[in-house]
Design a protein. Structure first.
Ligand SMILES: [Zn+2]
Length: 179
């Protein structure tokens, strides 16, 4: 589900059977049951008894998935420039890369392609790019692009942004190898 101005796009990332029930989540599902239920109650005024909430089945997975690291990355990105001098970006990047490469928790939780995974990859790519790990950044952007072009579509600003980022990386790599 993607908002574009006042338009709402619903994109399916797999085939839908006739009469299959389609459901959406009101909130980002990538948090613990307790947090999801609180948010749903605050924002939508109901106590959620969906399958995930009642069984709390994904919570263990979530705790091992380093949710706080993702949140840290999300909050850090807009402030990269401002905090250039003082911050420990390398450590953050290491934690994120570690999460992406070894703990395949998102794929267990969200079968690919899932927009959240795409967005996370994009954020990690931006951090890698910022830290001038250009080859890694390009690789991460490519993975993000594969997901985002399906979940958000070719015309979405995020998709075109990713294409631009990939182009920037290629140009910078060319400059490095010729300089
Ligand atoms: Zn629920």
């Amino acid at each position: 589900m993607v908002f574009e101005g006042t338009k709402l796009h619903l994109r399916a990332v797999r085939d839908i059977k006739p009469e299959e029930e389609l459901t959406i989540s009101y909130i980002e599902t990538l948090s613990l049951t307790e947090d999801r239920q609180r948010q749903l109650e605050d924002q939508y005024h109901f106590i959620c008894h969906c399958q995930h909430c009642d069984s709390q089945d994904k919570d263990g997975l979530m705790l091992s998935g380093g949710e706080s690291t993702w949140r840290l990355l999300k909050e850090a990105l807009p402030r990269l420039e401002a905090l250039k001098a003082e911050s420990n970006w390398q450590t953050l990047l290491q934690s994120c890369s570690h999460l992406l490469s070894t703990v395949d928790v998102y794929r267990q939780y969200y079968p690919d392609p899932h927009p959240v995974h795409g967005v996370q990859l994009m954020r990690v790519g931006k951090l890698q790019h910022y830290l001038e790990h250009i080859e890694d950044a390009l690789d991460t952007f490519k993975q993000a692009y594969q997901i985002i072009k399906l979940t958000h579509g070719d015309d979405h600003p995020m998709t075109t942004d990713l294409l631009m980022k990939m182009e920037e990386c290629r140009t910078e790599m060319d400059q490095q190898s010729s300089g």
